[in-house]
Every structure is written in C-alpha cells, then in structure tokens.
Design a protein around this ligand. Structure first.
Ligand code: ADP
Ligand code: ZN
Length: 210
C-alpha cells in the first residue's frame, strides 16, 4: 500500500504517518526529515536545501525528487510506504507517476490557518528522532526530553512566526492544488484534524480500513 499524507505545515502529518506506520508496518517517509538529515551530514542536497527551508519556501523540485527517489528504492519500501510531505507540488506528483509509483490513497489532514499558527508556535521536536511535541497540547513526560528516545527537544529553525506565514502561503498556492489532482483520480480522503491527536488518529485509521 502506497499512501500520501497532505496537509498544512503543523497539521499533524508526521504524527498520523507514525500511527499508520505502526498499524500497517510500512515505513513513513518525511522529505522534511530527509532534508534535515542531509543538512546535518552536509550532503549536497542538504546544502542546497537549507536556505529554502529556513525561509519557509519549497526546496526546488529536482532536489527533493532525487532525495525521495533514493529513499523509496530502499528495501524496506518493497511492501509500500507512507509519504509525509511529498508531493508538495503538481510536478512532484507527476514525478511519482513517471517513477511508476502507484498511489492507493491520499489523506488530507485539514486544520484551519489560525490553529496552524498556534500549533507551530508551540511546537518542539526531538533533535535525535524527530518526534513532535507541543508546549501545552502534547507535553513530553520530562520537560524538554523526548519520551521515545531521551533526545533533547528543540525549536526547529523554520518554526518562527515569519516563516510560518510563508509556509502557509506556499501550502495554499503550491500544495493544495494536489487535492483536486488526487480527487479526480478518486483517491482523496479528507480527515478533519481534531483537538485531541488521538481522535484524529482514529479517523485516519478508520478511513484506511474502508
Ligand atoms: P512542515 O510540514 O511542518 O512544514 P516538513 O518537515 O515536512 O515540515 O518540511 C520542512 C521544509 O522542508 C519545508 O518548508 C520545505 O522547505 C522543505 N520540504 C520538505 N518536503 C518538501 C517537498 N516535498 N518539496 C519541497 N520542499 C520540501
Ligand atoms: Zn526522540
């Protein structure tokens, strides 16, 4: 099963991707995480991507497409995968088609802009494993420490008020058109993001059963 998760930055794509991964035993692939790893390691893709990411702009399609291609060719993707944050533009969706990747379902997690700003402003992420937390909605058990791996929680470089605005604009202009793209193919499922993450997860998993 090959799945795509769409949604604004901070809508909770990552959390939903992890839940699906655990329920269906297929890897969750976040191009944002792959690019951040590239930056840490100093790969050429990472070096090229950093300024775009810090500004809240999309990394150019050819760079992200290469990174994604390399990842899905790995062995663990043989039985399918969940794409979290890819595609983010029509050309990226067309690149998937060109690669011969058949998408089964596309889940769009819908959260309104005001709530997105609130969520991202309070977001903390694990510097080691990437798990997301929130200072009031989803606190770690120990302050600033990841429940899962004990890593230190940090504020992402691009989680600033200014950058959030850019990311939302980019989402509406470049990524949201993918909803019509996949709706026409009969693959689009809308999931309304709930206050409690667990409720959103229940809706997501239910959508995939049917
Ligand atoms: P979020 O969804 O919270 O914005 P991500 O980790 O998915 O976080 O993405 C962070 C940044 O990485 C994006 O703002 C963008 O600059 C870059 N990025 C990730 N995936 C893509 C993609 N498919 N195409 C272009 N840029 C991407
Ligand atoms: Zn962690």
């Amino acid at each position: 099963m090959n799945l795509i998760l769409l949604g604004a930055p901070g809508a909770g794509k990552g959390t939903q991707a992890d839940a699906i991964r655990d329920a269906f035993s297929i890897p969750a692939i976040s191009t944002g995480n792959l690019l951040r790893e590239g930056i840490k390691k100093g790969t050429s893709a990472g070096l090229k991507a950093k300024d775009y990411m810090d500004a809240g702009q999309l990394v150019p399609d050819d760079i992200v497409i290469d990174v994604l291609k390399e990842r899905i060719l790995q062995d663990d993707c043989k039985n399918g995968f969940i794409l979290d944050g890819f595609p983010r533009s029509i050309p990226q969706a067309q690149a998937l088609e060109k690669m011969g990747v058949k998408i089964d379902k596309v889940i769009s997690i819908e959260v309104e802009d005001g709530e997105i700003v609130r969520r991202i402003s309070g977001r903390r992420v694990c510097s080691a494993c990437g798990t997301s937390y929130h200072i009031t909605d989803n606190k770690p058990k120990k302050e600033n420490i990841c429940d899962k791996c004990g890593g230190k929680l940090i504020i992402r470089d691009d989680d600033t008020e200014e950058t959030i605005k850019n990311r939302l604009e980019v989402y509406h202009n470049r990524t949201e058109p993918l909803k019509s793209f996949y709706k026409e193919e009969g693959k689009l499922i809308i999931v309304i993001g709930q206050k409690d993450v667990k409720d959103t997860t229940r809706l997501t998993l239910k959508a995939l059963e049917g």
